[in-house]
Design a protein around this ligand. Structure first.
Ligand code: SF4
Length: 239
Protein backbone atom coordinates (compact mmCIF):
# COMPACT_ATOMS: atom_id res chain seq x y z
CA UNK A 1 0.00 0.00 0.00
CA UNK A 2 1.38 3.41 -0.89
CA UNK A 3 2.25 6.10 1.64
CA UNK A 4 -0.56 8.48 0.66
CA UNK A 5 -3.17 5.81 1.23
CA UNK A 6 -1.74 4.96 4.64
CA UNK A 7 -1.69 8.66 5.51
CA UNK A 8 -5.35 8.99 4.49
CA UNK A 9 -6.29 6.03 6.74
CA UNK A 10 -4.38 7.61 9.64
CA UNK A 11 -6.10 10.98 9.10
CA UNK A 12 -9.60 9.55 8.85
CA UNK A 13 -9.21 7.42 11.96
CA UNK A 14 -7.81 10.42 13.81
CA UNK A 15 -10.86 12.44 12.83
CA UNK A 16 -13.18 9.54 13.69
CA UNK A 17 -11.58 9.20 17.15
CA UNK A 18 -11.79 12.90 17.85
CA UNK A 19 -8.15 13.88 17.31
CA UNK A 20 -4.67 12.83 18.26
CA UNK A 21 -4.13 11.13 21.62
CA UNK A 22 -2.51 13.41 24.18
CA UNK A 23 0.88 12.87 25.75
CA UNK A 24 1.20 10.53 28.70
CA UNK A 25 1.86 11.41 32.34
CA UNK A 26 5.24 10.21 33.55
CA UNK A 27 4.63 6.63 34.66
CA UNK A 28 6.59 4.38 37.00
CA UNK A 29 8.19 1.96 34.54
CA UNK A 30 7.98 -1.17 36.67
CA UNK A 31 4.29 -0.45 37.43
CA UNK A 32 3.67 0.01 33.71
CA UNK A 33 5.49 -3.20 32.78
CA UNK A 34 3.49 -5.24 35.30
CA UNK A 35 0.20 -3.59 34.29
CA UNK A 36 0.93 -4.38 30.63
CA UNK A 37 1.91 -7.92 31.51
CA UNK A 38 -1.43 -8.36 33.30
CA UNK A 39 -3.27 -7.02 30.24
CA UNK A 40 -2.09 -9.89 28.02
CA UNK A 41 -5.08 -11.87 26.67
CA UNK A 42 -7.69 -9.97 28.66
CA UNK A 43 -9.68 -6.73 28.72
CA UNK A 44 -8.52 -3.34 30.05
CA UNK A 45 -11.15 -3.55 32.77
CA UNK A 46 -10.05 -6.86 34.29
CA UNK A 47 -6.34 -6.12 33.99
CA UNK A 48 -6.90 -2.78 35.73
CA UNK A 49 -8.73 -4.54 38.59
CA UNK A 50 -5.90 -7.10 38.89
CA UNK A 51 -3.27 -4.35 38.97
CA UNK A 52 -5.20 -2.37 41.62
CA UNK A 53 -5.59 -5.56 43.68
CA UNK A 54 -1.82 -6.11 43.66
CA UNK A 55 -1.09 -2.49 44.58
CA UNK A 56 -3.64 -2.55 47.40
CA UNK A 57 -2.59 -5.93 48.76
CA UNK A 58 1.19 -5.44 48.77
CA UNK A 59 3.00 -2.43 50.20
CA UNK A 60 5.49 -2.47 47.33
CA UNK A 61 6.91 -4.86 44.70
CA UNK A 62 9.47 -6.19 47.20
CA UNK A 63 6.59 -7.42 49.38
CA UNK A 64 4.84 -8.95 46.38
CA UNK A 65 8.05 -10.69 45.31
CA UNK A 66 8.39 -12.36 48.73
CA UNK A 67 4.71 -13.33 49.06
CA UNK A 68 3.55 -16.94 48.65
CA UNK A 69 2.51 -17.61 45.08
CA UNK A 70 -1.16 -18.40 45.91
CA UNK A 71 -1.53 -14.89 47.37
CA UNK A 72 -0.34 -13.23 44.16
CA UNK A 73 -2.48 -15.61 42.13
CA UNK A 74 -5.65 -14.86 44.05
CA UNK A 75 -5.19 -11.08 43.60
CA UNK A 76 -4.89 -11.38 39.80
CA UNK A 77 -7.33 -14.23 39.18
CA UNK A 78 -9.84 -11.77 37.70
CA UNK A 79 -7.68 -11.15 34.62
CA UNK A 80 -7.22 -14.80 33.61
CA UNK A 81 -4.10 -16.95 33.12
CA UNK A 82 -3.38 -16.30 36.79
CA UNK A 83 -1.19 -19.40 37.20
CA UNK A 84 1.14 -18.35 34.41
CA UNK A 85 1.10 -14.61 35.07
CA UNK A 86 1.73 -14.95 38.81
CA UNK A 87 4.77 -17.20 38.29
CA UNK A 88 6.21 -15.01 35.55
CA UNK A 89 5.73 -11.78 37.50
CA UNK A 90 7.26 -13.21 40.68
CA UNK A 91 10.22 -14.72 38.80
CA UNK A 92 10.76 -11.49 36.91
CA UNK A 93 10.82 -9.50 40.17
CA UNK A 94 13.28 -11.97 41.72
CA UNK A 95 15.57 -11.81 38.68
CA UNK A 96 15.48 -8.01 38.66
CA UNK A 97 16.30 -7.85 42.33
CA UNK A 98 19.26 -10.17 41.78
CA UNK A 99 20.46 -8.21 38.78
CA UNK A 100 19.96 -4.58 39.88
CA UNK A 101 19.90 -4.97 43.67
CA UNK A 102 16.56 -3.11 43.72
CA UNK A 103 13.17 -3.23 42.05
CA UNK A 104 13.17 -0.32 39.65
CA UNK A 105 13.38 0.12 35.91
CA UNK A 106 14.02 3.85 35.93
CA UNK A 107 17.53 3.30 34.51
CA UNK A 108 15.87 2.32 31.21
CA UNK A 109 15.14 6.01 30.60
CA UNK A 110 18.77 6.43 29.57
CA UNK A 111 18.74 3.49 27.13
CA UNK A 112 18.01 3.60 23.41
CA UNK A 113 15.09 1.49 22.11
CA UNK A 114 17.19 -1.50 21.05
CA UNK A 115 18.86 -1.66 24.44
CA UNK A 116 15.48 -1.60 26.19
CA UNK A 117 14.31 -4.54 24.03
CA UNK A 118 17.53 -6.47 24.75
CA UNK A 119 17.24 -5.78 28.45
CA UNK A 120 13.60 -6.82 28.87
CA UNK A 121 13.35 -9.70 26.40
CA UNK A 122 15.41 -11.77 28.83
CA UNK A 123 12.39 -12.05 31.17
CA UNK A 124 10.03 -14.93 30.46
CA UNK A 125 6.57 -13.73 29.45
CA UNK A 126 7.77 -10.27 28.36
CA UNK A 127 7.58 -9.98 24.58
CA UNK A 128 7.92 -7.30 21.93
CA UNK A 129 4.35 -6.07 22.36
CA UNK A 130 4.72 -5.51 26.09
CA UNK A 131 8.07 -3.78 25.65
CA UNK A 132 6.82 -1.55 22.86
CA UNK A 133 3.92 -0.45 25.12
CA UNK A 134 6.47 0.46 27.78
CA UNK A 135 8.52 2.40 25.20
CA UNK A 136 5.46 4.22 23.85
CA UNK A 137 3.54 4.98 27.04
CA UNK A 138 6.33 5.04 29.63
CA UNK A 139 9.23 6.48 27.69
CA UNK A 140 7.35 8.48 25.04
CA UNK A 141 9.32 6.86 22.22
CA UNK A 142 8.04 6.71 18.64
CA UNK A 143 7.18 3.02 18.54
CA UNK A 144 4.09 1.31 17.19
CA UNK A 145 2.87 -1.43 19.58
CA UNK A 146 0.96 -4.21 17.85
CA UNK A 147 -1.72 -6.19 19.68
CA UNK A 148 -4.35 -8.50 18.18
CA UNK A 149 -6.61 -5.55 17.16
CA UNK A 150 -3.81 -3.73 15.37
CA UNK A 151 -2.60 -6.96 13.74
CA UNK A 152 -6.10 -7.85 12.50
CA UNK A 153 -6.98 -4.39 11.14
CA UNK A 154 -3.66 -3.77 9.36
CA UNK A 155 -4.03 -7.13 7.62
CA UNK A 156 -7.64 -6.48 6.63
CA UNK A 157 -6.70 -3.06 5.30
CA UNK A 158 -3.84 -4.56 3.31
CA UNK A 159 -1.17 -2.43 4.96
CA UNK A 160 0.66 -5.66 5.89
CA UNK A 161 0.27 -9.32 5.00
CA UNK A 162 1.46 -11.17 8.08
CA UNK A 163 0.65 -14.17 10.25
CA UNK A 164 1.44 -12.93 13.75
CA UNK A 165 1.46 -9.66 15.74
CA UNK A 166 5.26 -9.90 16.02
CA UNK A 167 5.57 -10.07 12.21
CA UNK A 168 3.15 -7.14 11.89
CA UNK A 169 5.26 -5.19 14.36
CA UNK A 170 8.42 -5.83 12.32
CA UNK A 171 6.71 -4.92 9.02
CA UNK A 172 4.67 -1.91 10.14
CA UNK A 173 7.33 0.11 11.91
CA UNK A 174 8.82 1.43 8.66
CA UNK A 175 5.39 2.19 7.17
CA UNK A 176 3.90 4.37 9.92
CA UNK A 177 5.32 7.89 10.27
CA UNK A 178 7.08 8.41 13.61
CA UNK A 179 5.00 11.38 14.75
CA UNK A 180 1.73 9.42 14.58
CA UNK A 181 2.86 5.98 15.72
CA UNK A 182 1.39 6.19 19.23
CA UNK A 183 -1.84 7.96 18.30
CA UNK A 184 -2.47 5.63 15.33
CA UNK A 185 -1.95 2.63 17.62
CA UNK A 186 -4.46 4.03 20.12
CA UNK A 187 -6.98 4.92 17.41
CA UNK A 188 -6.73 1.44 15.86
CA UNK A 189 -7.48 -0.19 19.20
CA UNK A 190 -10.58 1.98 19.72
CA UNK A 191 -11.63 1.29 16.13
CA UNK A 192 -11.05 -2.46 16.55
CA UNK A 193 -13.29 -2.55 19.61
CA UNK A 194 -16.10 -0.50 18.14
CA UNK A 195 -16.14 -1.06 14.34
CA UNK A 196 -13.55 -3.42 12.88
CA UNK A 197 -14.35 -6.16 15.41
CA UNK A 198 -12.78 -9.60 15.19
CA UNK A 199 -16.01 -11.42 14.33
CA UNK A 200 -18.51 -9.49 12.23
CA UNK A 201 -16.83 -6.15 11.52
CA UNK A 202 -19.27 -3.26 11.03
CA UNK A 203 -18.12 -2.54 7.48
CA UNK A 204 -21.37 -0.68 6.77
CA UNK A 205 -20.37 1.98 9.32
CA UNK A 206 -16.71 2.16 8.42
CA UNK A 207 -15.08 5.51 7.61
CA UNK A 208 -12.23 3.82 5.72
CA UNK A 209 -14.34 1.34 3.75
CA UNK A 210 -13.11 2.62 0.36
CA UNK A 211 -9.48 2.25 1.47
CA UNK A 212 -9.82 -1.30 2.80
CA UNK A 213 -8.71 -4.46 0.98
CA UNK A 214 -10.66 -6.94 3.15
CA UNK A 215 -12.15 -9.44 0.70
CA UNK A 216 -15.39 -9.90 2.68
CA UNK A 217 -16.11 -6.24 3.35
CA UNK A 218 -19.06 -6.12 0.93
CA UNK A 219 -20.72 -9.12 2.59
CA UNK A 220 -20.30 -7.59 6.01
CA UNK A 221 -21.66 -4.26 4.82
CA UNK A 222 -24.77 -6.01 3.53
CA UNK A 223 -24.97 -8.10 6.67
CA UNK A 224 -24.87 -4.91 8.79
CA UNK A 225 -27.63 -3.36 6.69
CA UNK A 226 -29.84 -6.42 7.18
CA UNK A 227 -29.88 -7.23 3.45
CA UNK A 228 -28.18 -10.55 4.13
CA UNK A 229 -29.85 -12.81 6.69
CA UNK A 230 -27.78 -14.71 9.20
CA UNK A 231 -28.13 -18.10 7.46
CA UNK A 232 -27.39 -16.62 4.02
CA UNK A 233 -24.36 -15.01 5.52
CA UNK A 234 -22.94 -18.24 6.87
CA UNK A 235 -23.18 -19.69 3.37
CA UNK A 236 -21.41 -16.65 1.92
CA UNK A 237 -18.76 -16.77 4.60
CA UNK A 238 -17.90 -20.39 3.76
CA UNK A 239 -18.04 -19.96 0.02
S1 SF4 B 1 -14.18 -2.04 5.78
FE1 SF4 B 1 -14.63 -3.56 7.37
S2 SF4 B 1 -12.80 -4.81 7.50
FE2 SF4 B 1 -12.24 -2.93 6.41
S3 SF4 B 1 -11.46 -1.58 8.02
FE3 SF4 B 1 -13.62 -1.14 7.74
S4 SF4 B 1 -14.66 -2.40 9.29
FE4 SF4 B 1 -12.59 -3.22 9.03
Amino acid sequence: MNKNRIREIINRLEEYSGGKSGSQKKANLLDLLIATKLSQNTTDKTSYIAFRNLKNKFRNWETAMSAPLPKIKSEIRVCGLADKKSVEIRNMLRDMKKKYGKLSLEHLRGYDDDKVYDELLQYKGIGKKTISCLLAFGLNRNVFPVDTHVHRILNRLGIVDTKSPDDTFDNAKALIPDEVKISFHTNLIKFGRSVCKAPKPLCGECVIYDLCSFKDKKYYREFNSGKVKRNDFIILENS
